[in-house]
Ligand binder design. Structure first.
Ligand code: MG
Length: 216
């Protein structure tokens, strides 16, 4: 059971994170950098989505960059940089989410004068990141059809605390016993004005519509 001191410590941590998130957002906006926190489980396709959207932003004359958050390693960081996206790698150690303090240090390593759009790829899960805003314009939650059709109802808080939701790998739907309409109904029951963007990072389906919803 929680002691009162534990609870107040938790509130302090969340308050401090919110304060730093506001500072990050202020800094990014002062440099005219739009920003997106990308959330989703391991394997949902976060890195691939960032790569595909970044390509399309470049075609529009924008300069994307990314912060890659992972518990350990630099696999995503390497994929991003190999695809021509300037990136910073942030390892959280044992923590299962990025926080605004880590992101603040990530921002110090980026050349903010040469960026128009910043992606932050959060650590892969749909639980821990919910309470930790990073200071981005918007948060996008990505789920994929291969995760099953109960992913949204099992993780209501992350959807409540986000602005956009997308369902990836819809090209695989004909091969799976997954009810995509159930995912959509679950999302609407959590946030009744929310749209579930159906996309495929493999075929490119739905990406332009999702980009239209980004804070460009
Ligand atoms: Mg990734």
């Amino acid at each position: 059971m929680h002691k009162i001191t534990d609870i107040s410590m938790e509130i302090d941590v969340l308050d401090e994170n919110r304060r730093l998130a506001e500072e990050n957002l202020e800094l990014l906006r002062s440099r005219n950098i739009a920003s997106l926190d990308v959330l989703g489980s391991i394997g949902a396709g976060k890195t691939e989505l960032i790569i595909k959207i970044a390509q399309k932003l470049k075609e529009r004359g924008l300069r994307p960059a990314a912060i890659a958050g992972d518990v350990t390693g630099k696999d995503d960081f390497e994929r991003l940089t190999q695809n021509g996206i300037p990136a910073v790698n942030l390892n959280t150690g044992k923590e299962c989410h990025l926080d605004a303090h880590l992101v603040k240090h990530g921002l110090e390593k980026l050349d903010l004068d040469s960026i128009d759009f910043l992606f932050i790829e959060n650590v892969g899960n749909l639980v821990c990141p919910a309470d930790f805003p990073l200071g981005t314009d918007k948060r996008l939650v990505l789920v994929s059809v291969t995760e099953g059709d109960d992913m949204i109802r099992k993780h209501p808080f992350i959807f409540l605390n986000s602005d956009l939701a997308a369902l990836n790998k819809v090209d695989l739907l004909p091969h799976l016993d997954v009810d995509d309409e159930r995912l959509e109904k679950d999302l609407i029951s959590i946030k009744n004005d929310q749209r579930l963007y159906r996309i495929s990072t493999k075929t490119g389906e739905g990406l332009d519509e999702l980009i239209d919803a980004l804070p460009l």
